[in-house]
Design a protein around this ligand. Structure first.
Ligand SMILES: NC(=O)c1ccc[n+]([C@@H]2O[C@H](COP(=O)([O-])OP(=O)(O)OC[C@H]3O[C@@H](n4cnc5c(N)ncnc54)[C@H](OP(=O)(O)O)[C@@H]3O)[C@@H](O)[C@H]2O)c1
Length: 437
């Protein structure tokens, strides 16, 4: 028999075997972009998980708007899907937001029904409570799609404690802001780039969570809990809005040997201190994250002094997210009682990074000379690593520089002194790594 025929025979055997197995009954909480993609995959490839799956129904807000929608039955009362005498084998939560997602996931886990979620807001805010409930009831709870939705990496570390013993996470965790900055690098203005993202369905009608760094901060909070064992609320992570970056920043950052990206960063020590931020940062060309464009996302996991591990790929999109959710479901159906998520062991104490340099932008009608700027910064222990060109194309002159790593408190004091002495304005954004080219 040929290899092709062999393969076809094996596939047909698998299908026959699967058809004799009782389908796994799955309740879908939410039938929006992701929920619908999950239902579509199951409908078109019911055997893709190795065991047939039947979606028993989906929870939505408005059932009337779904009249004639044949993907699966819809209900607006979750108790219909979760009632005891016909409880599902697993629940997929793709409602988004905190409530009713939290109550429904808690209720399912407490009753021993495994749950898959893609909801980073829920995990960031209530992760510990949910993971503890899963642990107590020995029930699987998976969330691979919550961070870097199309890149399976979280689960890999759950059973590999040595690989997981890192102390720094650096990532581009939000596709919308990466798309906008990529377009700005091509010379497209912020508002036009945002409009383009919305037309392509990449940005929400209200994109503020993406653009203000909140979405990335929620994902960072999930990563900090999983890798550092520290409880941190996303709203406590210092976040800077993307609109503080101008087209000229993108232009000048090229001359400084890098680019500007929306970065999520966290570095922690054994005593519970974590330095973190979410927002625009200078990224040198020597850093692979500088080359992730469009909606690509990436994360670098590192233990100080060791080589980093890098994961890149699509961070969102209904189809990729649905695939990650269904892979979680496949794992759960094989091992419904294995807990892979870690709850936090202690609260985090948030500090400012001191291992990073800074990208500084000065603007004034009467910019001080380079020597004056350098002297004043040096008096506070801030050393300039590279100068950008002085921009005098409009009335307000601008000067950009990169500093060597320094303490954020020293930088604050230096900028306050400089602004007071020269009536210029100063903006500071973190700068990753070193400049090699
Ligand atoms: N979209 C992506 O690419 C992506 C990527 C990674 C992770 N995620 C996560 O996946 C989750 C779902 O995202 P999505 O884009 O699919 O959201 P969505 O399109 O807004 O869909 C949400 C669904 O949940 C239902 N729903 C919301 N609140 C409800 C309530 N109180 N009661 C009953 N039903 C309710 C909605 O019902 P109606 O249809 O009646 O409004 C809708 O069917 C979110 O947690 C998101 O962060 C999404």
């Amino acid at each position: 028999m040929s290899v092709v025929a062999d393969h076809a025979a094996a596939a047909s055997h698998a299908r026959r075997a699967a058809s004799t197995v009782v389908p796994a009954r799955v309740a879908l909480l939410g039938l929006g972009r992701v929920g619908r993609a999950v239902a579509d995959i199951v409908r078109h490839s019911p055997h893709c998980l190795g065991r047939p799956v039947r979606i028993t129904g989906a929870l939505v807000r408005n059932t009337d708007a779904r009249a004639g929608d044949a993907v699966c039955p819809v209900v607006d009362d979750a108790s219909v899907l979760l009632r005891d005498h016909e409880a599902p084998d697993a629940v997929i939560e793709v409602l988004g937001g905190l409530e009713p997602a939290r109550s429904l996931v808690l209720s399912a886990l407490a009753r021993g029904i495994p749950v898959v979620t893609a909801n980073k807001s829920l995990l960031a805010e209530h992760g510990d409570e949910l993971i503890e409930t899963a642990r107590r009831s020995r029930t699987a709870f998976r969330c691979e799609a919550s961070v870097l939705a199309g890149v399976p990496f979280l689960g890999t570390f759950a059973t590999r404690p040595l690989a997981a013993s890192i102390d720094t996470v650096t990532g581009i965790l939000n596709g919308t802001s990466n798309f906008i900055l990529s377009r700005m690098s091509d010379g497209v203005a912020f508002t036009s780039a945002l409009k383009e993202a919305q037309q392509l369905g990449l940005a929400e009608p209200d994109p503020s969570k993406d653009l203000d760094g909140i979405d990335a901060a929620e994902k960072l909070a999930v990563l900090i809990r999983q890798f550092a064992g520290l409880a941190i609320r996303a709203c406590d992570i210092p976040s800077t809005p993307l609109h503080q970056i101008t087209l000229r920043d993108l232009e000048h950052s090229r001359e400084l040997g890098g680019t500007v990206k929306a970065v999520a960063f966290a570095q922690w020590t054994g005593d519970g201190r974590v330095c973190c931020f979410s927002g625009p940062a200078f990224v040198p060309n020597s850093d692979p994250l500088a080359h992730l464009t469009g909606v690509l996302n990436g994360v670098r996991l590192q233990r100080t002094g060791q080589e980093p591990l890098c994961f890149t790929g699509p961070g969102a999109g209904p189809e990729v997210t649905a695939r990650a959710i269904l892979d979680d479901l496949a794992e759960i159906l094989q091992a419904p009682d294995i807990i892979t998520l870690k709850s936090a062991v202690s609260p985090a104490f948030i500090g400012q990074p001191s291992t990073l340099g800074w990208y500084l932008r000065f603007a004034s009608n009467h910019l001080p000379g380079a020597v004056d700027i350098a002297d004043l910064l040096a008096a506070h222990g801030i050393w300039i690593q590279r100068w950008g060109p002085r921009d005098t194309r409009c009335e307000t002159g601008e000067q950009r520089v990169l500093t060597f790593p320094c303490r954020a408190e020293d930088l604050d004091a230096a900028l306050e002194a400089l602004c007071a002495a020269s009536s210029c304005t100063a903006n500071a954004f973190p700068a990753l790594g070193s400049i090699n080219e």
